[in-house]
Design a protein around this ligand. Structure first.
Ligand SMILES: *Cc1c(COP(=O)(O)O)cnc(C)c1O
Ligand SMILES: [Zn+2]
Length: 429
């Protein structure tokens, strides 16, 4: 588009506005910031056609499934953009996982097919682009794993230093391996994710490092592209529901924000409901939703779905606002429900990491409760790749997760046999 769309940052609490000239992650009042833009002069139909024309672009900026929608992502100079042609992920028919959930029209959007294996790449391409826009030379994040894998990769591409704060204890091996391999300076701190999140914000202020956690409004803008791409794949037919896991709650915030913008532009004229699914052991938003109580952080969050093991999510206010706007819901699922749903996603031949499978576990639960109707069109977001956490997979299939209260209900354990044809016959019959 010839004319760039005017954008600014706006506080979600007091509506104070800030221009984009200076780095900012929150308002003076402590509220989180949204990127806002003036869409009044934009012709939605023309914009949609522009995105259609870019579909299938072979090289360059618009070959990315994020920057295809640049006008609604970050309309900066093209040479700022740090991209790995992220996005362009598949939208699968859920197959066996659909039968399991009791749904006839169930799609799974596999964000684990991004360059570093999770949806975080969609936000990170925008986060690192902002880092370049602000002339930063270092970036940092607190991470349960995938954010650090993504950040260190994009920082390597951009030639910036990356600093990672990870919680002590379990971090999925695939994720840690990526962070180290891509050259991220990795600091394992004595504390959980929420402690790491607090520390990294202090450190970034003090050492003038650019923070790329999802409190960063540019991250949210990039992640909106998941929803845009799903709609484009569905030829702009709006599904009845999106079902999405919730941890720090940035991803569902992005999804609803993107839908709001498309609605404002008249590109869609129906609002999809957004169901956010948390793990029962790390479910502050779900608790608040169900009890009608004030927000209280969960002190010692726990779940095998380490990507969403977060007790004090930074985006809970924005998230709640978006879910309400969409007419959606918040629900939580047990460890067993997560891992059984995962077994089904995996058996369907699709595969995803544990946190991702909250989408399927949650869809099933909401169908069972009569909230989602079997014939409604539902899109589940699979947030991360199956290879991120092989320990969880092997543990389930060998039925070795008893200490976490998880049974291998659909286990497919390897058999150990003699090296003889007879033994093979016996095993297969
Ligand atoms: C980060 C992450 C989530 C949680 O997303 P939020 O934006 O923090 O709610 C879920 N699944 C995977 C695989 C992730 O990496
Ligand atoms: Zn404010």
């Amino acid at each position: 588009m010839a004319n760039m769309i005017k954008a600014w940052l706006e506080c979600t609490r007091c509506n104070k506005q800030y221009d984009l000239e200076k780095v900012r992650y929150s308002c003076d009042c402590g509220g989180t910031l949204d990127m806002r833009r003036d869409l009044s002069a934009v012709d939605g139909q023309k914009m949609k056609q522009l995105w259609e024309d870019r579909w299938g672009t072979k090289r360059g900026l618009y070959a990315s499934g994020v920057w295809r929608y640049k006008e609604l992502i970050f309309d900066c100079e093209d040479d700022c953009v740090v991209s790995r042609q992220e996005g362009n992920t598949r939208l699968y028919d859920a197959g066996k996982a659909g039968e399991y959930a009791g749904l006839k029209n169930f799609y799974l959007k596999h964000e684990g097919e991004n360059p570093t294996g999770s949806f975080k790449d969609r936000g990170m391409t925008c986060g690192l682009t902002a880092a370049k826009f602000y002339h930063a030379n270092s970036v940092a994040c607190a991470s349960t794993g995938n954010t650090s894998a993504s950040m260190s990769s994009y920082a390597a591409i951009a030639g910036l230093r990356s600093v990672i704060f990870i919680p002590e204890g379990k971090i999925a091996y695939g994720k840690l391996a990526q962070a180290l391999a891509f050259g991220g300076k990795t600091l394992q701190i004595k504390g959980n994710f929420d402690d790491a999140m607090e520390l990294v914000q202090e450190v970034c202020d003090e050492l003038n490092i650019y923070l790329v956690n999802s409190i960063n409004p540019f991250r949210i803008e990039g992640q909106k592209a998941i929803g845009f791409e799903v709609l484009q794949q569905l030829d702009w037919e709006v599904p009845d529901w999106f079902v999405i896991p919730g941890g720090n709650l940035g991803n569902n915030t992005a999804l609803s924000k993107g839908m709001q913008e498309l609605y404002e532009l008249g590109i869609i004229n129906k609002i999809p409901k957004i169901a956010v699914i948390q793990a029962a052991g790390s479910a502050p938003l779900s608790k608040m939703w169900k009890d009608g109580s004030d927000f209280t952080a969960v002190k010692d969050p726990d779940t095998i779905a380490t990507a969403i093991k977060i007790g004090n999510p930074v985006s809970w206010e924005k998230s709640l606002r978006g879910i309400k706007w969409s007419g959606g819901i918040v629900e939580d699922v047990t460890e067993q429900e997560i891992m059984d749903a995962k077994a089904m996603v995996d058996l369907a031949g699709i595969g995803a990491e544990p946190a991702s499978c909250c989408s399927v576990a949650g869809a099933k639960k909401l169908v069972d409760m009569g909230i989602i109707k079997p014939e409604e069109t539902v899109v589940g977001i699979l947030t991360g790749n199956i290879l991120k956490d092989p320990d969880a997979v092997i543990g389930y299939h060998k039925d070795e997760l008893g200490s976490m209260g998880i049974k291998g209900n659909y286990a497919n354990a390897p058999l150990i046999i003699e090296a003889s044809v007879d033994a093979v016959k016996k095993a297969l019959l």
